[in-house]
Write a protein that binds this ligand. Structure first.
Ligand code: 5AD
Ligand code: SF4
Length: 473
């Protein structure tokens, strides 16, 4: 049969007596996965599927998975088990695994988890229509091919579970950094940047739909580089015109800030060795770029940083922080930290605590080292820090961070901050919740304000996690 006609028939089959087939998608892990799920939703919607938030209504359940730590994978496996009953009750129900676990485990997933019908890696989502045809015909289907070019720049994401106010826009995919502990370069492949035109179109659509804030996303946004396509490392091969008209992250930020003066602009994640002074001065020059940088460091010890293959020393990191604070004194800074990396000594741990004391981060994300199969660290180092020591060190850095967060939040007492209202407070129907520029959550009485409003809020109280205030506008 002609492929086109065959596909059309399949699409019609997906529309059951005026009822669209339904897909349910759940995302785990990083913001990029949540953004990817919106790309997947767009692709599947075009195949005659409607999205549902009710598992029991679904004909297709998709889990967009994370491999960053073992715990993340265990969570997904438990979730898959919970679908057994649903599948027993509905012979037609299909289950698919997307994202990093799909890429890491490939077709092994089908053997290990009998419940899974479909396995799709992060660069293969455009193949989902074909794969759906295969599984609806009763076979299993797998596509885990990684790509050097795919950015999904031509796909308009369908916003899922959106508050209608804030949205993610991906600008790069993959990572070339090869930190020794990290599975991402293996699961998300080579780093590539998205065409700025498609980034601007996506943001324009968001603005026209009344969104108020965009977060530019990438594993390493500071290494964004567009010169007409291809990998960043091929830049040496680019011709002079391409080089002259190339767009790096600082330029991209400037273009976005100038084109969308009414939107709040955020970005994540920054990599210390790639963050240029240009990016910081651009942030300082545009009031709509939020004064907030998520700047993972992973350890305060030079020995550990080297073993992690982080391309910066403790001092280089600290001078970057100094430059940020010089140019943007009220910049909020957060971190990622790993504790219990192979061979981490008590002195290394103390170095981490002292780095935290030197920076006094606004907040941070802290993790016990989790050995990931296939990484350099897994191959070359022994995971030799006792679980009890890892646990103790983690608790110490969490406690210290809490002290610093409280301290940072106390600096706002009596001050007025601009807050974008994002949702109702979880604790009270009478309060709104939003964030200030520095990415700290602020709650305040609703009064007559609406979702999506920018509001001036005077801060009267705080916890280590939240600022509490009252609107004055
Ligand atoms: N073990 C623990 N934490 C990890 N991260 C990445 N890989 C690992 C691992 N193997 C953390 C890093 C990274 C964040 C996204 O997850 O801190 O910045
Ligand atoms: Fe992983 Fe390092 Fe790349 Fe971040 S920068 S995704 S930690 S390899």
């Amino acid at each position: 049969m002609n492929i086109e006609i065959d596909t059309k028939i399949k699409k019609i089959e997906n529309v059951k007596e005026n009822n669209l087939k339904k897909f349910y998608i759940e995302s785990y892990g990083c913001q990029m996965n949540f953004a990817d799920s919106e790309v997947v939703a767009s692709i599947i919607s075009k195949e005659g599927y409607d999205s549902t938030t009710n598992l029991n209504d679904a004909d297709l359940i998709l889990l967009n998975t994370c491999s960053i730590r073992e715990k993340a994978e265990i969570t997904v496996r438990k979730r898959l088990e919970s679908f057994n009953k649903l599948k027993r009750n509905n012979n037609n129900l299909k289950v698919g695994v997307l994202g990093c676990m799909a890429e890491r485990l490939k077709s092994k997933f089908l053997d290990e988890e009998k419940i899974v019908d479909l396995v799709v890696g992060p660069d293969a989502y455009k193949d989902i229509p074909n794969l759906l045809n295969e599984i609806n015909d009763g076979s299993n289907a797998v596509n885990v091919l990684l790509s050097k070019e795919e950015t999904y720049g031509d796909i308009s994401p369908v916003r899922l579970a959106s508050n209608g106010v804030t949205a993610f826009v991906s600008i790069t995919r993959g990572c070339d950094n090869m930190c020794t502990f990290c599975v991402v370069p293996f699961t998300r492949g080579r780093e590539r940047s998205r065409d700025p035109k498609s980034i601007l179109t996506e943001i324009k659509n968001l603005e026209e739909s009344n969104y108020k804030e965009v977060t530019l996303l990438g594993q390493n946004v500071d290494s964004y580089l567009w010169y007409g396509g291809g990998l960043k490392k091929d830049f040496s091969k680019a011709n002079n015109l391409q080089k002259k008209t190339s767009i790096n992250f600082a330029k991209l930020l400037k273009i976005v800030a100038e084109n969308f003066p009414k939107l709040r602009i955020r970005f994540s994640t920054s990599n210390p060795q790639d963050m240029s002074l240009d990016v910081i001065t651009t942030m300082a020059s545009y009031s709509n770029i939020c004064n907030y940088i998520h700047l993972p460091v992973q350890s305060g010890s030079d020995v550990v940083l080297k073993a992690m293959n982080r391309q910066h020393t403790r001092n280089e990191y600290l001078s970057l922080i100094k430059n940020i604070k010089k140019l943007i004194p009220d910049c909020g800074i957060s971190h990622d930290m790993i504790t219990g990396f192979p061979n981490e000594t008590q002195q290394d741990h103390k170095d981490t605590l002292s780095l935290m004391n030197a920076v006094k981060y606004n907040f941070g994300y802290m993790f016990k080292y989790s050995e990931r199969p296939g990484t350099y660290a897994a191959k070359k180092f022994d995971d030799n820090i006792d679980e009890s020591v890892k646990k103790m060190r983690l608790q110490e850095i969490i406690d210290l961070q809490q002290t610093h967060s409280k301290l940072r939040n106390q600096e706002y007492l009596g001050k007025i901050v601009e807050v974008l209202i994002e949702k109702e407070s979880k604790k009270s129907v009478n309060h709104w919740a939003g964030r200030n520029q520095q990415n700290t959550v602020v709650v305040f009485p609703k009064k007559n304000h609406e979702l999506g409003d920018f509001v001036q809020v005077k801060i009267n109280d705080c916890t280590s996690a939240t600022l509490i205030g009252e609107s004055i506008s």
